[in-house]
Design a protein around this ligand. Structure first.
Ligand code: PEP
Ligand code: MN
Length: 267
């Protein structure tokens, strides 16, 4: 179902008044984790002003250590909904398990499946029973084939609104958090009709290298980007090292518009 053989033209997914796939490059921006109303409002206002239409933010966080900040859970979802109303942004947020899926689906405009859950087949099947778009991140060490098969689980249940997200894979390199596999973008676009977005923030893990890789992703044919933005990265409760300030994000958006134009698209 994910294959180009089944469907020659690229899938365009409509969420509210926004489309993913097609001519426009959609940028999903916001903090790794929802921390407070002040934090979320400030990021939302600034990413909106810079041109983003979709706000990201985790309320349930899959942290490596159980002692790290785990997210605000339902309170975080409520803050996201409040921010959506106030700033007119759409919301993408992660679901971690089947148990909290109904709640997350109630609040989210796009349901995110994180890298650690890419092969949680029961969860994939469950989101497949919803009609809300699903952002499916590539597993930490998943091949392109495994990633497309994970998408297949969702599509096979009836939900055709799957967006693939390349977020870096494990390699021998330790300078970066992961190795952003930009070659996956043209390959997946060749193999599949599904839209592909790139998350350079988790792919690299260091903010300084996020803007150049965001530009490269658009040049490679990505349909969108997922970028972590925090008003004060040094104080972030999660992923501060890879978060852009709103100012750096704004500059990146201007450059992205230029690259997009060069490949016949717009931001
Ligand atoms: C995130 O988007 O904050 C996240 C946890 O991403 P990933 O699943 O790619 O690590
Ligand atoms: Mn993060």
């Amino acid at each position: 179902l994910a294959s180009r053989v089944m469907k020659a033209e690229g899938t365009v997914i409509t969420v509210g008044d926004v489309t993913i796939g097609g001519d426009t490059i959609q940028v999903m921006a916001g903090p790794c984790a929802v921390e407070s109303k002040e934090q979320l409002f400030e990021v939302a206002e600034k990413v909106r002003a810079a041109g983003a239409r979709i706000l990201r933010g985790g309320a349930y966080k899959p942290r490596t250590s159980p002692y790290s900040f785990q997210g605000l859970a339902e309170k975080g979802l409520q803050l996201l909904a409040e921010t959506r109303e106030r700033y007119g942004l759409l919301i993408v947020t992660e679901v971690m398990d089947v148990r909290t899926l109904p709640l997350v689906a109630e609040y989210a405009d796009i349901i995110q499946i994180g890298t650690r859950n890419m092969q949680n087949f029961y969860l994939l099947r469950e989101v497949g029973r919803y009609s809300k778009p699903v952002l499916l991140k590539r597993g930490l060490s998943a091949t392109i084939e495994e990633w497309l098969m994970a998408a297949e689980y969702i599509l096979n249940e009836g939900n055709q609104n799957v967006i693939l997200c390349e977020r870096g894979i494990r390699s021998f390199e330790t300078f970066t958090r992961n190795t952003l596999d930009l070659s996956a973008v043209p390959i997946v676009k060749y193999l599949s009709h599904l839209p592909v977005v790139v998350d350079p923030s988790h792919g690299i893990g260091k903010y300084r290298f996020v803007p150049p890789m965001a530009l490269a992703a658009v040049a490679a044919g990505a349909d969108g980007l997922l970028i972590e933005v925090h008003p004060n990265p040094a104080e972030a409760l999660c992923d501060g090292a890879q978060s852009l300030t709103p100012k750096k994000f704004g500059k990146t958006m201007v450059q992205l518009a230029q690259i997009a134009q060069a490949v016949g698209r717009r931001v």
